[in-house]
Design a protein around this ligand. Structure first.
Ligand code: ASP
Ligand code: CP
Length: 644
């Protein structure tokens, strides 16, 4: 026997969502005939508790209205400051207690993953009414309901989602639902507010889909020609998976088929959630009557979960394409349908919806979740299993938090039996996998933590120098000359180094260009691990470019130290693409060591170096490794099992 929680949109099957949307239509029809009396009274004698740790107008009041309309009753803590939370009571205790007063609990909380913790402790169904920057699944039901009524279907329609996609939980749940129902998705994040990687990863993993990315300034073009944002319309996700290093946008556009923009879904900047001020003054998509006058947008409906804070001009409110108030109104019938389903399914007092139970392949060990807003960093959680493994084809592996879905990089792995640790690198995946199966795996946050736990380091094999400082300098000179041979206008060129070693190499290439041509070239740094923004923040760059390195309509040369599987290069290409549409993108590497898992070919290679898979090549640079001289070394891992 178990309670039926709705913690994320993934907790509802396709059939359940469809049946909720159908039932909501019946509810709406019944509400319209209210005098004649007849919304179904399926909650008579039942109590809903609404616990809102964050402000709300629509979600709380429409849930409460829905419960009253169904004949039930509501108890509410709408301001948790007036509850014992203000005395320091944990969410776990609060959920446990309140679930003994009510039959269903609706929770909004400021921490990601909070609803899941409540579900672990409550004996009744928990409905997530928004948890931090994570999810807002019931808003998505309202969005789907409104969209489907306006467009007749979800399949194949094209929806653009704009605004703060980093922290906007409504957008997070919506993108997952749209991908699932096979809509085309264009995302228009404000700079620095891109969808988090964990989410895109999930959408790619679950539905084999990658949304197309556009910039706020592209909206007009988008309305006129959505095609312009697709490289291959049959497979829109192709965009970030292009496998050649040079591409001709115009040529690919010529292959595109016409698509219309069916809906534009705007969101507000989540100011209360931001952790810094980097988004002050960024270009944010705003929609006014002028935008919507474009004939190309005559069939585009305009949506917003509300509240709006200037993203949509009120002059549009009377336009029949403006659906945001209808979205808000749908909250009552949609939540009636959902509450009815949840109450009907509740077959007993026990914990564990499909999503609250530990996932298969979940692990018992694990460090702290990398997301500072995750509930697991704020409250002791009951479950021993806080992560599952995610493995990419390249052997890269990371942990995925079962509460907030964020990815945490694996830093240091240890073997509980031999009491040895090793800084985790891709070639070690086999060990990680084997130790996990043997129940011997420990994951540490840092080497310091491993040492403090009295683990000893595995030894690496002897290092062999394979390139001297002079050879590296020659290779950089050759790379630079080759790049210049292919460049007619220096102003069209931008060199982008992949952090860390690639960025130093890019800097040296830029310096050489300056010396040879007597003019500066734009230089950017790309942090693939960290959101992938191209930023001109390299100290001592030969020129001072503007606040952002312009990628659009320029020839980009991405510089990295070593290419192996090709995954980093692929990520770098995607990041560059996100930053703007370049005329071309080329890749320059100091060393190509083979073992490609993606069909990527660097345009410029300093040295081809055949290697064995268990070997590791490291480019050690003066700036990076604080060495006297640059050098490239190669070493292999000593079998950690043998070392043990
Ligand atoms: N009301 C929605 C939420 O709570 C959207 C927003 O606040 O921007 O997530
Ligand atoms: N859309 C939405 O969740 O609104 P509230 O924050 O007002 O509940």
């Amino acid at each position: 026997m178990r309670a039926r929680h709705v913690l994320a949109i993934a907790d509802l099957s396709d059939e359940e969502i469809e049946s909720i949307l159908r039932r909501a239509e019946e509810m709406e029809a019944a509400l319209e005939k209210r005098d004649a009396g007849q919304a179904p009274k399926s909650a008579v004698g039942r109590i809903m508790a609404t616990l809102f740790y964050e402000p709300s107008t629509r979600t709380r009041l429409s849930f409460e209205a829905a419960m009253w309309r169904l004949g039930g009753a509501v108890i509410s803590a709408s301001d948790m400051k007036s509850s014992s939370a203000s005395k320091g009571e944990t969410l776990a205790d609060t959920a446990k207690v309140v679930s003994s007063y009510a039959d269903v609990l609706v929770l909004r909380h400021f921490w990601d993953g909070a609803a899941r913790v409540a579900a672990e402790h409550a004996d009744v169904p928990i409905i997530n009414a928004g948890d931090g920057s994570h999810e807002h699944p019931t808003q998505t039901l309202c969005d789907l309901y409104t969209l489907k009524r306006a467009k007749g279907t979800l399949r194949g329609i094209t929806v653009a989602i704009g605004g703060d996609l980093k922290r906007g939980r409504t957008a997070h749940s919506l993108v997952r639902a749209l991908a699932r129902f096979k809509a085309n998705i264009v995302i228009i994040p404000a700079r620095g507010m891109e969808f988090p990687d964990w989410l895109l990863q999930k959408v790619a993993e679950e539905y084999g889909y990658r949304p197309t990315v556009a910039r706020p300034g592209d909206l007009k073009a988008l309305a006129r020609d959505v095609n312009a944002l697709y490289l291959a319309p049959a497979r829109p996700h192709q965009l970030t998976l292009f496998t050649d290093t040079e591409f001709d946008l115009q040529e690919r556009l010529a292959e595109a088929e016409p698509i219309t923009l069916d809906a534009l879904y705007m969101t507000r900047p989540q100011r209360e959630r931001r952790d810094d001020t980097t988004d002050d003054g960024v270009e944010y998509l705003r929609v006014d009557t002028d935008t919507f006058q474009d004939p190309a947008m005559r069939h585009t409906v305009l949506m917003h979960p509300l509240p709006r804070t200037g993203e949509i001009s009120s002059a549009l409110d009377r336009d029949p394409r403006a659906l945001y108030f209808r979205q808000a109104a749908s909250g009552v019938p949609v939540r009636m349908a959902l509450v009815e389903m949840v109450l009907a399914e509740r077959v007993g007092r026990d914990v564990g919806s499909p999503s609250a139970r530990a996932e298969r392949g979940a692990m018992r060990v694990g460090p702290r979740c990398g997301n500072p807003n995750c509930i697991t960093r704020r409250e002791e959680v009951q479950s021993e299993r806080r992560f599952r493994f995610h493995r990419e084809p390249a052997g890269r592996a990371h942990l995925v938090c079962l509460y907030c879905d964020h990815e945490t990089r694996i830093q240091v792995i240890g073997n509980r039996r031999s009491k040895h640790f090793h800084v985790y690198e891709e070639p070690m995946y086999g060990y990680l996998d084997a130790w996990l199966r043997d129940d011997a795996l420990v994951i540490f946050d840092s080497v310091k933590q491993a040492e403090e736990a009295a683990y000893k380091s595995y030894k690496l094999g002897p290092q062999k120098s394979i390139m001297t400082a002079q050879e590296i300098a020659n290779a950089i000179a050759e790379l630079t000359d080759a790049i210049l041979r292919d460049t007619s206008e220096l102003k069209d060129l931008v060199i982008v180094g992949v952090r860390m070693a690639g960025a130093f190499l890019a800097h040296r290439i830029a310096e050489r260009i300056h010396a040879l041509r007597g003019a500066a070239v734009d230089l950017g740094v790309l942090d693939v691990q960290n959101g992938g923004d191209v930023v001109p923040r390299w100290p001592g760059a030969p020129a001072t470019p503007g606040p952002n390195v312009t990628i659009a309509n320029r020839h980009v040369v991405i510089v990295d130290d070593v290419i192996n599987s090709g995954w980093t290069a692929k990520d770098a290409l995607s990041c560059v693409w996100r930053a703007g549409r370049p005329l071309s993108a080329r890749l320059a590497v100091l060393i190509d060591r083979g073992h490609r898992q993606l069909p990527l070919k660097p345009t410029y290679v300093g040295k081809h170096l055949p290697t064995a898979p268990h070997e590791r090549v490291r480019v050690r640079l003066r700036e990076l490794d604080r060495e006297h001289r640059d050098r490239v070394v190669i070493y292999s891992y000593v079998d950690p099992k043998a070392a043990a």
